[in-house]
Design a protein around this ligand. Structure first.
Ligand SMILES: [Zn+2]
Length: 380
């Protein structure tokens, strides 16, 4: 069993230990020490970062109470080593995890739902509850959680005796064997937990829900707390400043600016369709010829105008209207209509002689063709 130094002192960042074993496996050099400050991947939380004798620790795992550090280089068994954990990272995890206890304690107090899935990594943090409540409910709990944070409630972690434990009502995700570590947030929550926590709620700073969704039979709440919430706020403000600069909107009027852009876009789209239709009409007029077959070849980005072009052709040609969109190098989309001949027969013929995919009925066919427009149009 590895002695867990972080159990007694969540704020220590340096320690000395002895290497009990070092074996190479798929994940690197697996080093087991007699004691460690490194919190392993456990209880939904990703492990601490840091170094042992200056060598990067790439992962920390726990199995049967033995903590294994994965290193990029070996260290001989028997060596006395100095371990250093990245306390900036550790403290952010402490802020995040303590905030989770406060919020989950409030969810349990108000709704009786349990946190049945907790995930805390460097990039995200989610809490899954086994019952449904609304986003408005969640915002009320968020406010209550922040009030508890501001009040400065103490947070303690200890291993109560089995007699004391028997009298305690505490939240727990699983049935434990062996000593149970109880984390208590004063007047707020009692929960079985193995992770390092801050000593006082005011160290958390702030708690913010960032997304809320229905999940399985309950809800999933994503959140940020402490410095990670502050860093996220700065990132969002920076994005907003960039948006403000890009759309030339005054600070605080970005939403108005986006609404105006959206309105303008709708107008331009409308004008664009008008212009395209005008172009098609002029093109058909300038290419008028004798006969019953009308053909209109359009650029590739005119595919949404094919029906309009076909209707314009039908006004001038009594037999077949053929519209192509594309170019000889990359192929065409085609659309053909006729009230006088069976187009499915023509389609069957050109499928035999050209690289054509498509379908339709006797009066209208559509599809794609690879090859020259000139060759395709000859068959009509
Ligand atoms: Zn916990």
């Amino acid at each position: 069993m590895t002695e867990k130094l972080y159990d007694n002192d969540a704020y220590a960042s340096k320690f000395t230990a002895t290497v009990l074993s070092c074996e190479e496996d798929k994940k690197g050099f697996a080093v087991v020490l007699d004691k460690t400050l490194f919190f392993p991947e456990e209880g939904g939380q990703t492990p601490d970062h840091g170094t042992i004798n200056g060598i990067d620790v790439t992962h920390v795992a726990i199995k049967d109470d033995i903590i294994t550090h994965y290193l990029e280089a070996p260290i001989a068994a028997g060596t006395t080593v100095e371990g250093v954990i990245d306390f900036t990272h550790r403290f952010r995890n402490m802020q995040m995890h303590s905030a989770e206890h406060i919020f989950s304690g409030l969810v349990f107090k108000h709704f009786g739902f349990n946190n049945v899935g907790f995930h805390l990594s460097d990039n995200s943090a989610t809490m899954d509850y086994d019952g449904k409540f609304t986003y408005e409910d969640a915002l009320k709990l968020e406010k209550e959680a922040n009030e508890i944070i501001i009040k400065g409630k103490t947070i303690t972690a200890e291993y109560p005796s089995s007699d004391v434990l028997a009298t305690l009502e505490y939240r727990s995700k699983k049935a434990f064997s062996g000593p149970i570590r109880i984390v208590t947030v004063e007047d707020t929550d009692i929960c079985a937990c193995c992770a390092p926590h801050v000593h006082n709620t005011h160290e958390i700073g702030q708690f913010k829900i960032v997304s809320f969704e229905n999940y399985k039979s309950g809800v999933r709440v994503s959140y940020l707390a402490g410095f990670r919430a502050l860093e996220d706020y700065e990132k969002r403000l920076s994005d907003l400043r960039e948006i403000s600069r890009t759309i030339s909107a005054k600070a605080g009027e970005e939403l108005k600016g986006v609404a105006k852009l959206s309105e303008d876009l709708g107008t331009y789209k409308f004008k664009d369709i008008e212009l395209r239709n005008k172009y098609i009409e002029l093109k058909i007029q300038s290419e008028l010829k004798n006969g019953d077959t009308g053909i209109c070849i359009l650029p590739a980005d005119f595919s949404s105008c094919m029906q309009f072009a076909s209707d314009a052709l039908k006004e001038r040609y009594k037999g077949v209207s053929v519209v192509l969109c594309g170019d000889d190098d990359n192929g065409y989309r085609f659309y053909a209509e006729s009230d006088t001949i069976d187009l499915t027969k023509i389609l069957a013929d050109i499928k035999n002689s050209m690289n054509v995919k498509g379908g339709g009925k006797s009066t209208a066919i559509q599809g794609t063709v690879m090859g020259k427009a000139e060759d395709f149009c000859k068959v009509f």
